[in-house]
Write a protein that binds this ligand. Sequence first.
Ligand SMILES: [Zn+2]
Length: 163
Amino acid sequence: MGNNTIFYTQISSIIIYVGTVFFIYRLYVRSKDATIETLREEKEFLKTKIDELEKNTPGNILKRFSERINILENEINRLSEDKEKNKKLIEEKKGQIKKLKEKQEAMKELYIGLVCPICEAPLTQKSTEEYWGREGIEGVYEIEEYECGTVIVDGDILEKCDE
Ligand SMILES: [Zn+2]
């Protein structure tokens, strides 16, 4: 092998080496970008899910009912400025309010034990605690804690929220 051949062999192996390193590096960067992209998408997805869930907590559903009822009541007030002319509309809105209130009540019944009975904040924790007597466990308390601070023990309100 002449000097030139050795030289070119070395050059080409260096080029191959550098090329390979560069190629691997590119792959690495791309996979890193891909991972970040995937994570970002996952995060977005989870955030949407959480938003959806938050929108539909019992407290928020009941709040939406109250808001719609309020809007209708305001409309009725506005329409009442010309009672004669708006008679039919007013009756319609009153009917809507009645239906909403019925639904709201039905929801409240579904949510008994899931939302604070005072302010409708959601239940955050439900636990039981045993109480002991001489013979051992004599019974169990059921403790419900709500986001607003209300604490109910065996159906009795022990601590009330501010609202
Ligand atoms: Zn409360």
